[in-house]
Design a protein around this ligand. Sequence first.
Ligand code: HEC
Length: 412
Amino acid sequence: MRKTSAFFVTALILVTLIGYVACVQQDQKANPEGQPVIQPIVPDSVFLAGAGSLAMNNPDEFNWTIFARICAKAPQQQPIGANKDTTNDAIWETWPDDPTTYPANPDPQNPPTLNKANLAPAAHKTLEPIQQQQFRRQLLLKNKLFHPQFAPVGGGEESRRNPASFNFIISNNLWYTQGLAAAFKKGTTNGYHPLTFPVNAIEIKAVWKSITRDSMSYYHWNYDSKGGLYGLVALHIMTKALPNWTWATWEWVGNPGRCDILGCSDTYGVNPAVVSPNSTPNQGYPPGQPTPQLLELFKKYGLADEWKNYRLKGSQTDWIDPTGRTTLLGNSITEDGFVQTSSCITCHSNASIDANGAVMPSLGFTPDGQSQNGPVNPGNFWAKSTAPYGALNYFQYDFVWGVFRARPAHNK
Ligand code: HEC
């Protein structure tokens, strides 16, 4: 018995290693002159499926590897705006965004599709106010807790997903209300069958601020669909390499509140690895030195120098640490005002829908506009928070909050 399982474990490790090596080799080939040619690197099931161990045991390295693979420049760029400037799309910026995935007037007969190159037209970059901050503001106003000095950060956000995640949402009719109601029914008939995104799914949220041409070199820059010039200030990446996703957030090195309240921790990419928070907020932090291994990784994937202006603030893989303490992670831009309680994994676990396909109304916030954190409360989903739990009220949408945009399809 022991021997058989040892054999399977060895075989599994071997298959994973071969898959990983094959995948890495495919990314970078040399042309006849010996120059490395950067291939379009779309992370594939081989890398993500085989990377669970790295994601769990060395999350900072895993997250930087994903970052390098998807922040590489997209092979095709487009003219944009009245001046006919050229886009500076990273691979992830060619993926379908939220409004494409969850159309405002869904028509089940005409599901959203990827374009010819298997990607969405990047020219349609529409930036919106940070949606979770808009929601938080309404919640605080409703509960009479809104402080006049509370000013949501400016800038604009976009959320995008890779083709694996997009195809899962579209092919399972998870992009409009009636499809969600059907998913609830399917997931709760003859037992409980949770919704599970494919292991190669990636979801992104990016926040941009308006910049001038003379500061372009300090940012990953790009144009929105109107030709406005923007610099990236915050980037969230979640991947399904782990069952409850991997959680990581990057900040532009110059964000004044970058390591405020929670500090910064990156054991892979920067020296010093740990930065303590300042006692006064918004004073800025020394940039630190990117590590040689990070610079090597950037070189391998052909990342432009602009990406050296980003710092991994931290990685989160679980609700609690081994001693039972609640883990926290929040970005000074996206989670502004609730960094002190922010837990990506806990808040996102609440992404769920009821039997009618309506989204859980709290959006993961507490009534005073802070993040739920620590282990998820079963009572958020089931009739009771202790056993026997009773009937299911909210069906998890596998941690993806974009579901809040799903709208009812109107019969024609
Ligand atoms: C209190 C709740 C809350 C916390 C904490 C939170 N998020 Fe989110 N997140 C949301 C909501 C709501 C959305 C959708 C609305 C929007 O885009 O702002 C979202 C959107 C996203 C998206 C786009 C994909 C999706 O799920 O729709 C990513 C990626 C993401 N968040 C990652 C993170 C990471 C990484 C952290 C921690 C550093 C984090 N989030 C912390 C609530 C939260």
